[in-house]
Design a protein around this ligand. Structure first.
Ligand code: AMP
Ligand code: MG
Length: 328
């Protein structure tokens, strides 16, 4: 491994943060930690995840404790190969078509739960389970290293705060409290996976994400939005979420005093999510730019209007939650 790619950050507590670049050494160490019930932050095509052995109750409990995540917010089971999903969930014909088309990839399917060896801590009280097969650099090496169980893996950030799209973001939130961070560079997608609740002949878009809703048209003739009550009961859909420290003002053509301006397209700002007006690029830059603008002297981040088409739907969803009332 090139020495310049090995990082050791010393935190204020003088504890070393363990970061290794993606590669065989990192994967072997990660498997050792996961087998011992530890937590590893892993790069995915969406954002960085905080992974635990999904069959280990104590490890899964550590994920909730470290993130400060509400206990009733279920986790997504990540399988390393699409066929592993059969052990966790009943795969309906529509689900199978979606799996064939989008896995490995940034699509989470909420399906009827099967009795399995997974920890009940992460959603065992529900009749459904959320499953995803991510497209990552480490999936194959983990399988080759003998790993056979799923990983419960939420985003590797403090609950309610901005998701991480760089190893340094994870280090900033958790420091040495995570046993290892694998640095795979900036994430390609930049926002979380799209979450679909799959029924026999329709699906419900629980969370817009890295796959645009339009892309499901060839597979789902009836794609519905969740009823308001369901939005409130799915905890990842909490109104205030994905929030920077500063306040957030949406649809801002200009910025005022004490505000940092985040631009899009022709509406330029201190940073611009995509000068070309490309929503895919905007999604990729969103969390990194929010983190950069979330400085002590900034009281509000003013954000240019962003179209609701393509990945603009997910970007607007996250911004709306970032701007939501935090008093509740
Ligand atoms: P994250 O917090 O980024 O890991 O996202 C997980 C998302 O999946 C959250 O919005 C959860 O509420 C949602 N989720 C997980 N399991 C289920 C489930 N069985 N039914 C509905 N939503 C779920
Ligand atoms: Mg999250």
């Amino acid at each position: 491994m090139e020495p310049e790619r090995r990082f050791a950050y010393a935190s204020a507590m003088n504890k070393t943060v363990h970061i290794l670049p993606e590669g065989q050494e990192a994967y072997a160490r990660a498997l050792e930690i996961l087998r011992g019930g530890g937590l590893v932050a892993l790069p995915t095509e969406t954002v960085y995840g905080l992974a635990a052995d999904a069959s280990n109750d104590a490890a899964v409990a550590k994920v909730y404790a470290l993130k400060g995540r509400p206990a009733r917010n279920p986790l997504i089971a990540h399988v390393l190969s699409p066929d592993w999903a059969q052990d966790l969930a009943r795969i309906t014909p529509l689900a199978q078509r979606l799996i064939d088309a989008f896995w490995p990839g940034p699509l989470t399917l909420v399906l009827p739960r099967k009795e399995s060896g997974l920890s009940k801590t992460a959603g065992g009280w529900l009749a459904t389970i959320a499953v995803r097969c991510p497209d990552t650099c480490w999936s194959r090496p983990f399988i080759e290293g003998g790993w056979t169980t799923s990983l419960f893996m939420p985003s590797a950030n403090l609950s309610g705060r901005i998701s991480p799209t760089r190893a340094a973001h994870v280090a900033a939130d958790f420091g040495a409290r995570v046993d290892l961070i694998i640095d795979g560079g900036p994430c390609r997608g930049g926002v979380e996976s799209t979450v679909l609740e799959v029924h026999e002949d329709y699906a419900v878009l629980l969370r817009p994400g890295t796959i645009a809703a339009e892309d499901f048209a060839p597979f789902i003739s009836d794609l519905r939005l969740p009823p308001k009550s369901q939005v409130l009961s799915a905890p990842g859909m909490l109104a205030s979420h994905y929030a920077p420290r500063a306040g957030v003002r949406l649809n801002a053509e200009t910025s005022g005093e004490g505000e940092a301006h985040l631009g899009f397209g022709a509406v330029d700002g201190e940073l611009n999510l995509s000068r070309e007006g490309d929503t895919v690029e905007a999604a990729r830059n969103l969390y990194e730019y929010l983190r950069r603008l979330d400085r002590a002297e900034v009281s509000v981040i003013a954000i240019a209007p962003i179209p609701r088409t393509g990945l603009g739907q997910a970007v607007n969803d996250r911004l709306r939650r970032a701007a939501a009332d935090r008093s509740g």
